[in-house]
Design a protein around this ligand. Structure first.
Ligand SMILES: C[S@@+](CC[C@H](N)C(=O)[O-])C[C@H]1O[C@@H](n2cnc3c(N)ncnc32)[C@H](O)[C@@H]1O
Length: 646
């Protein structure tokens, strides 16, 4: 049906509402995506001529996929609309919130046809908080969607050949056992729901060229120049520059790396991690995936089902909670999606309970002591963030108060009250960040009380973790991830291994148990100090560490004659530096194991390595961040044997 403006295709439908976990939540409140109190850019852009829809139109949409931010993707007369809360396979009525040249946003009004993968989000503030994006999607469907994100990126960005899939049988198993790799199997109905929700089946055939170049759906993207966005998405000729731009603003904030779920900057993950290509999973015509299931044996890269958790809740060992004020009262919680508006919370069900308790204690103490919260608009106020960590294996706890002032007023009272209300706390730290920035930590950290570090175990290896060092946030899945990394490294005990972007030496020390020698490099000085301590406390003598950028240090190691058999890289979201990739190619290791938290930069870098003489054998997705859109994967590359030239 055409509307009055002859824009066509936006079949009007009435209705409003939508239940929690179905509808979009707090979108559409206007303002820029960065400003405090803003949540979604609405009609900031002037109406654009010739679009099939306009702001406030009501449209009926078939949701054909889900983008990197977890928003459903619908089309109105070929025009792409992103709808928060909508799942692939659903039919909805929606109201257009804003339009850009090639895509727009709409708010779900009514769910007309429900996906079998839709579940009730268990978190009470899911519809407001931006911390999780896909609690309303059944876990099996989340896992399949993540697998497909990886496969699609490899194909679309890396131009790599991915093995096709065979459909899953009714009991969720497949004959292709080799491909299961110990994964959480997708069972029966949920398998089909998963395939459905991941935008597979019919909808997966509906991709088109326009969508292929469509830009980031994330509200944060709207703060970037559109030209940059399009450069980013449209072209794989210049993917490095553009993909780097999207990764946490180009790679500052090393202390926490920009790992998904590791919000080293303020802002929720959805706001900060601008998707690289608007997430074409599920509707890329060229994607090899045909349904939820297993890869068929044959040519191409194997992308097995995502390794998931049996209990995908309460898995996080760290919370970085921004503090604010509401009617003069101190509050703390994650940001609403696409904004810096804090949603006060009492509990976060993906966090360990101890983290909830620590955050609540700090909020209560702050209120009692009359502490002000930092206001990022005025640059005034004291308490910026509370960062809490708990070691799952030992129960040790750390509280870090990040303030906008060198001095922590009432420090003694803080210490006394935290010790009283957080039984078992081992470390209370103060970090100073006086910069007007969205990076969480400042450079100066002092121990107010207790130890400088807490200790945890991954497998049998003990780790000391300081306030600012990167440490994986999901300990159960870290073991799975590192186990895969070790397996792919294929060590026999005689190998020399380089671990680039080594953090506190977690992967290095895992590898050192099976290698002759391991060299780790990391840019954060404190992390390398921790890595050395960690080697020492575990009695590991065959690992050595150097501070510096991998792209500077490893070429130097090459000049010194270090010849690795295996190179492991685990870079932040922006991926590997081009100089590092060049050096890897020149060093000619037998194998490269690439651990990645960003399928887009992974795909880009694999392309470079493939062109440099390596073959990608398999890429295993591992779910480090259930209920969120973040995707982790580990890739195995083997060096192609060079044939002699006559
Ligand atoms: C995703 S984390 C991986 C850490 C570690 N492998 C682990 O599993 O805990 C990436 C690490 O790279 C570091 N980093 C960022 N840029 C770097 C660079 N150019 N050279 C070396 N390390 C870098 C960050 O500080 C962070 O510790």
């Amino acid at each position: 049906m055409k509307n009055n403006n002859n824009r066509g295709g936006s079949a009007r439908s009435g209705g409003s509402g939508g239940k929690r976990g179905s509808a979009a939540g707090s979108y559409g409140k206007g303002g820029s995506s960065r400003g405090r109190g803003a949540s979604r850019p609405t009609a900031a852009a002037a109406e654009i001529e010739g679009l099939p829809v306009a702001k406030n139109d009501e449209v009926t949409l078939d949701i054909i996929g889900m983008n990197h931010s977890g928003e459903g993707v619908g089309r109105a007369d070929g025009y792409t609309l992103f709808v928060a809360g909508a799942l692939p396979g659903e039919k909805i009525s929606a109201k257009v919130l804003m339009t850009k040249k090639q895509y727009g946003y709409a708010k779900m009004q009514k769910l007309l046809q429900r996906s079998p993968a839709r579940v009730e989000a268990p978190c009470e503030i899911f519809d407001r908080c931006g911390g999780c994006q896909i609690q309303h999607m059944d876990y099996a469907a989340q896992l399949e969607w993540k697998r497909q994100q990886v496969a699609d990126s490899l194909q679309r960005i890396g131009k790599l050949n991915v093995q096709s899939f065979v459909a899953q049988s009714a009991n969720g198993t497949s004959d292709e056992d080799e491909n299961l790799e110990g994964s959480t199997r997708v069972s029966g109905d949920t398998a089909r729901a998963g395939a459905h929700a991941a935008g597979l089946g019919e909808a997966s055939r509906q991709g088109d060229a326009a969508y292929e170049v469509s830009p980031a759906a994330d509200p944060a993207a709207s703060t970037q120049s559109e030209a940059a966005e399009y450069a980013l998405e449209a072209s794989t000729d210049q993917p490095r520059q553009t993909l780097e731009a999207e990764a946490f603003g180009g790679g500052e904030g090393h202390e926490d790396s920009g790992q998904p779920g590791e919000e080293s900057r303020t802002g929720n993950a959805a706001a900060e991690q601008t998707p690289e290509a608007a997430g074409t999973a599920g509707y890329d015509e060229n994607a090899a995936v045909s349904s939820g299931g297993q890869a068929a044996a044959g040519e191409g890269i194997l992308v097995p089902p995502t390794l998931g958790m049996s209990e995908p809740w309460r898995y996080r060992n760290k919370a970085q909670v921004p503090m604010g004020e509401e009617s003069g009262r101190l509050i703390g919680g994650f940001y609403a999606r696409g904004s810096h508006r804090i949603v006060d919370m009492q509990t976060c069900i993906i966090q360990h309970e101890a983290n909830d308790e620590m955050v609540e204690a700090v909020k209560a103490i702050g209120r009692e002591l009359g502490i002000s919260a930092y206001d990022e608009e005025t640059g005034r106020g004291l308490l910026r963030h509370v960062v809490v960590k708990v070691a799952f294996a030992t129960g040790e706890k750390m509280v870090v108060l990040v303030t906008n002032s060198d001095r922590l007023p009432k420090a003694e009272q803080w210490i006394e009250a935290i010790r009283e209300r957080v039984p078992g706390v081992r470390s209370i730290c103060h970090n100073v960040n006086t910069r007007q920035t969205n990076v969480i930590f400042g450079d100066k950290t002092t121990v107010l009380w207790g130890e400088e570090v807490i200790h945890d175990y991954i497998g049998d290896v003990k780790f000391a973790i300081s306030a600012r060092s990167f440490y994986q946030v999901n300990p159960a899945q870290t073991e799975v991830l590192y186990g895969k990394t070790l397996e792919y490294a294929g060590l026999t005990g005689s190998e020399t291994v380089i671990d680039a972007y080594c953090g506190i030496g977690t992967i290095s020390l895992f590898l050192a148990q099976k290698a002759k020698r391991v060299y780790g490099v990391e840019i954060v000085k404190e992390a390398i100090e921790d890595a050395r301590k960690n080697a020492e406390i575990n009695g590991i003598t065959n690992a050595e560490f150097e501070v510096g950028a991998s792209e500077d240090v490893i070429p130097r190691w090459r000049e010194l004659g270090i010849t690795p058999d295996v190179i492991v890289v685990d870079p932040p979201r922006k991926g590997c530096d081009a100089r590092l990739l060049e050096t890897i190619i020149e060093m000619k290791p037998e194998r490269v194991v690439y651990v990645s938290c960003n399928p887009a930069t992974l795909a880009r870098d694999l392309r470079v390595l493939e062109d440099g003489g390596f073959k990608t054998v398999k890429v295993q997705p591992v779910d480090m961040f259930p209920q969120t859109v973040h995707v982790e994967a580990v890739a195995l590359l083997e060096r192609l044997v060079e044939l002699p030239t006559d």
